[in-house]
Design a protein around this ligand. Structure first.
Ligand SMILES: *Cc1c(COP(=O)(O)O)cnc(C)c1O
Length: 403
């Protein structure tokens, strides 16, 4: 099992009719309509079992001995993640979250200190705060439309006219299911030698995240449905060589990557059981076929947008054909952000539908008001969308009568 060499499908395969059923069968039954995978996916039974088995082992033989035993599986997970990202296992460092990854990178990378960082208006708000805390001044990449897709030509001209110290690309934002043309943007940076980093927190397991950037990072808990508390940072070795000699987390005892720059950034004290579970989640994803999953998620997104547009006075932000599963809904005319927040609560408590309240702070340079973020996964059915639609109708109707 550990030695299995995987070949990953690269064609956008036709959606397997069984894919949805298999995704559901591998998970615990739920009595909610779970449409919040962009926050955290529901882990499979195998992921839960691997994680808890490791916790038991820690109690039986001691945490450090258990970590030694788990090393082959964790290294397999690192190698599988490398397959998914198009990177070497040794260039991937495990950390606790996407935020921990970008913080570790900016702390360790002198090239990223000071100067301008170019980002799309949809950049994740907390990242903008982090840039400023590192002395970076955010500047905006021009966009091609109202949805905030980056304008690749205008971006390229900007790189030539006034190259920034760093480009940071949020592949899919936290506030909207818009997919940025990251491959083209990265190519423009690489051709000009401009350092480029990609936030793949919403892209991993959702769209093709094999970006040729200097660094890519994400968390495993969202579209890959890994355990919470496990994220990673993947570095190109030529850039990683210029990291500060003073490492953030000196030599982890558990990794096979101690000698590399990425290995030096790996967090030493960690949720090891989570890394074990994450290895299982990544393997499940590779076995399902990343391209097949991506195509299926695009279909799920299209269905959701078609079904939900206009229901109860809510509007769909994304174009129907946007190649992602994430759909965001603007509230009926005149609603405040607080009312959207209350709608999210009511959907959960009265209708048992779980979605995200996406406040404008998630993308302060782009979002002007709050939306509901609906993020279905492979197990989402037409009936689930019908339940949400009926619930949105009810929430709007209830609000009208109390206004
Ligand atoms: C969730 C998210 C993050 C932060 O991830 P954490 O693992 O919670 O730190 C960063 N960027 C985007 C686009 C996200 O959706």
């Amino acid at each position: 099992m550990l030695d299995t060499v995987l070949t990953v499908d690269t064609t956008e395969a036709r959606v397997d009719a069984d894919l949805s059923r298999r995704w559901r069968d591998r998970r615990l039954a739920t009595d909610v309509v779970y449409l919040d995978n962009a926050a955290a996916g529901r882990s499979s039974r195998a992921v839960l079992e691997a994680t808890t088995a490791h916790l038991h082992r820690e109690a039986e033989v001691g945490a450090y001995a258990a970590a030694q035993e788990a090393r082959p599986l964790i290294d397999r997970g690192r190698a599988d993640l490398g397959v998914l990202l198009g990177r070497r296992a040794a260039d991937i460092a495990y950390v606790e979250s996407a935020s921990a990854a970008i913080r570790a990178l900016l702390d360790a990378w002198p090239a990223a200190a000071g100067g301008r960082v170019l980002a799309t208006p949809g950049e994740y708000g907390p990242n903008l705060d982090l840039f400023r805390a590192h002395g970076l001044v955010p500047a905006l990449i021009p966009v091609a439309d109202d949805l905030g897709h980056a304008d690749v030509d205008a971006f390229t001209r900007l790189l030539d006219a006034d190259p920034p110290g760093l480009v940071h690309l949020c592949a899919i934002g936290s506030h909207r299911g818009v997919v940025q043309p990251v491959h083209a943007l990265v190519r423009a940076c690489r051709e000009r030698g401009v350092p480029v980093v990609v936030d793949a927190a919403q892209a991993l397991g959702h769209v093709d995240a094999a970006y040729d950037a200097d660094a890519v990072y994400a968390t495993g808990r969202k579209w890959l449905a890994g355990p919470r508390g496990v994220g990673f940072l993947a570095l190109r070795p030529d850039r990683a060589g210029r990291l500060r000699a003073d490492p953030v987390a000196p030599g982890s005892a558990m990794t096979g990557a101690d000698a590399t720059a990425a290995g030096r950034l790996e967090s030493r004290e960690a949720f090891v059981g989570g890394r074990v579970g994450f290895a299982v989640a990544v393997r499940e994803h590779l076995e399902a076929g990343p391209a097949t999953v991506r195509a299926a998620l695009r279909d799920v997104g299209r269905h959701a947008r078609e079904r939900l547009a206009g229901v109860g006075g809510w509007g769909v932000v994304e174009g129907v054909e946007e190649p992602s599963a994430t759909t965001t809904l603007t509230p009926p005319a005149g609603w405040s952000d607080d009312e959207v927040d209350r709608a999210r609560d009511e959907l959960r408590t009265r209708h048992r539908v779980v979605v995200t309240y996406a406040g404008p702070e998630r993308a302060p340079a782009e979002a002007v008001r709050a939306t509901l973020r609906v993020s279905p996964h492979l197990d989402t059915t037409e009936e689930d969308l019908d339940v949400l639609a009926a619930a949105l109708d009810a929430v709007t109707g209830g609000s009208r009568s109390t206004r």
